[in-house]
Structures are given as C-alpha cells and as structure tokens.
Design a protein around this ligand. Sequence first.
Ligand SMILES: [Cu+2]
Length: 439
Amino acid sequence: MTAIKQMRALAIRVPQSCMTRTLPTMRSMATRVSMITKHQNGTSTRLGYFLALSTPIILSMALYNRQQGSVQMDSDQTQTFKGPDPTLTPQAKETELLHADGCNLAGEEPIDISKIPKEEAILTTAPNVPPQITRDYPVVLQVPLTTNTKMKQLTSQYKYEQWNFNGTVPGPFIRARVGDVVELSLTNNDETGNPHNIDCHAFLGPGGGSALTTTEEGQTKSARFRLMFPGLFMYHCAAAPVPVHIANGMYGLMYVQAADGDLPPVDHEYYVMQSEFYHEPPDVGDDGRPSSQVEFSYPNALREEPNVVVFNGHEAALTRDKPLKARVGETVRIFFGNAGPNLTSSFHVIGSNFRKLYRDGDVVSAPGQYVQTTNVPPGSATIVDMKMWVPGTYTLVDHAIFRLDKGAVGYLNVTGKPRPDIYYSTESPAPCVGCKLHP
Ligand SMILES: [Cu+2]
C-alpha cells in the first residue's frame, strides 16, 4: 500500500474531534519535513510525509481509545467499558452531598452561648483518636489543657527534656464539630518559669487564641472559640520564642467534623504527628563518657538541620511501643500532622496508597484518590484513608528517605489471611538484615 493510501485508511477510523486537534500539528510537521526533503529524491519525500502525518494520527487514536475506556486484553479479545473505569470516577458529587454548604459555617449570626449545653471533650493520646461525634447539635466543648516539661527517651541513644501539653508529645487529639464553642482552659504547670499559650489554626481571631491564653507558671486562663468551619488543624504554643516552644514539643491536632456529616466511617482511626528535634552533642563526663542526655540546639534549628525526625514524639513511638494495627479487609484512616518546625513531610506508607486523600486537612473539597505520597508542610495536616488487602507490616515514612535514619519510621501491622491473588511469589520473603523499612 502506498503511503497516501495508508494515511487515508487510518484517517477514516479517526474521529473528527481528534482530527481537529491534530491538524495544526500535522500541518507544521509536514511543512518541516517538506523543507528537509525538498532536495531529496521522491521516495524519501513520500516517506517523510507518511511519518509526519501518520504519527499524530496513531497517537490520537490511542488517546481516543483510552478516553473511551477501551481496553485491549490480547490480540483476539477486547473488553470495552462504557465511559471511564467506575472505580476511578471522581467523587466530587459524593462530597457535595456530604457537605452541601461548601463553607459549612456554623452560622453568621451571633448566638447566645449561655443556651448551649456543655460537654467535656474526650481527649486522647497519640496514636488514639476520640470516637466520632454523633450528636446533631452544638455544645460548649470544655477542653482542659496543661503545660509541663518531661525528660523522655527521644532516640535509642539520647534522652531529651520535652515541653508538652497534658504530659505527651504530641499533645492530645481534640475532636469537635462545626458550631461547637471550644471552652479552652490552659493551666501552666511548667516549673521552669516559661509562659505558654495556645494558637489553634481552627480558631478565628488574632493569634489564633495565643494572646488570650498566655499563662505564667501556676496560672490558669480560659477563653472561648466558636468553630466556624470543618477540617483537620494543628494547634501549638506560640509563646516567645515561638520556634523554641514548637521545637521542644508543644503541638497537637484538632479535628473539626462537618456539622452535616462526618467523613465515611472506617475500621480504625489513628493520630500520627511528625516533628523534628535539634540537639547539641552530649556533654562528656569526667570519666570521658558522653552523657545519655542532650539539650536543645538553637544553631542547628536555625540552620534547619535536625538531628532527629520522628513520628509521635520519639523514635520508638510507632515501632517497638505501639505499632498501628489492622486486619486484612479493614480500612484505616490516619490523621497526620506535621509540626515541623522546619521540614516539609513527604508522607508515604510503604506497600499501600491513599485510597482517599483529604489534602491539607480539607474535608470539603473532593478527596484525591490512590495517591502514593503527599506533601504536608509545617503547620499543616492531612487525612489519609487506606484499605489493607494483604497481611504484613506496612511502613510509615517521610519519603525524603534519609530521615529514616533520623528516626522517621512507624509500622502498621496487618494480620489475616494471605491474598495470593494480589501478592504472590514461590519465594518466601527475605527481609534485609538491619533494615528499618521492611522488618
Ligand atoms: Cu509554650
């Protein structure tokens, strides 16, 4: 068949829309080929035209087939979907139904708070999350927080004096609902004399509440904040010098459920927060041995060169002490925060993916789907949903992967029956010796 005949035969099978899209490209390519070949013989000229004109047509046909959901199984078997793969259909409509009002405001009119019932918040320590709120009315939600310091085993090598809320790093997980009025009381039990306060990213007003809640040693202060919008938010101490209070451990997460319906239920909800620690080298004692304790390093923090990067406050928080758990077939949600203070996290779970990703803690917009890794900057948070299909150990990491050797690793242990239809080999697993990623 001549080049012209081949081109005509192909063109007959190409939809008009594809032709329209590709014609300008075809013309420009043909012109270029014409210029190149005008001094050559007739055969190479025809070959040039054929290559220039047929390549975009073939590419257009492949693109068109893909858009139509046509899947070539093998040479004599074609399976055709009508429309795109339904499992990959965007969920925007579903989300619209969940949160009909995009802003989901509690209401713009002032309210009489004395008429709202009071309730004490359930506060949990990482990796636990308080149960879903099922009430359909707002409350004055009482949140009692305290501040203190505590010497903790930060890494296998060193102890470090952390500054904390309610005795833990990260601080407690606070769950509330849009329309609730958070009645925050902050008691400063820190005997070092440092003032502390709360800046919560879910609060509307100057400083996110910090100026209203600054407490000196031995003091308690209270303030009220009405929650006007849903999402996952970081809270932290913002007493001066702010970077030092955050670097030493004063942060946590608050999740504000939408008033008209929470996220779809899952089997397990977990609370994980990434952060860095900056410390000086250990002092060396009279016996020549280095101390097992290290102290905060302002120069390292200023240079943004952490010594330690961890999930939930110390190196072993999600490995030896408390790996996350699930069973095959179950769904897992992680409320993931990044306290920084400096590094952006490239959060990833080795062996899985984020079936739903509520980027930046945004539960109003349609979630991302089947996402491998997500960026979480300092001062932000994200919500990821996974489904566990295959038993084994899954590893939480910051995919800026050298941080693994600074402590950023956690495990999610999944038990249950193997699924050889999904994951199979005749070989038995052979984890590498000393590997933190694949225990
Ligand atoms: Cu503080």
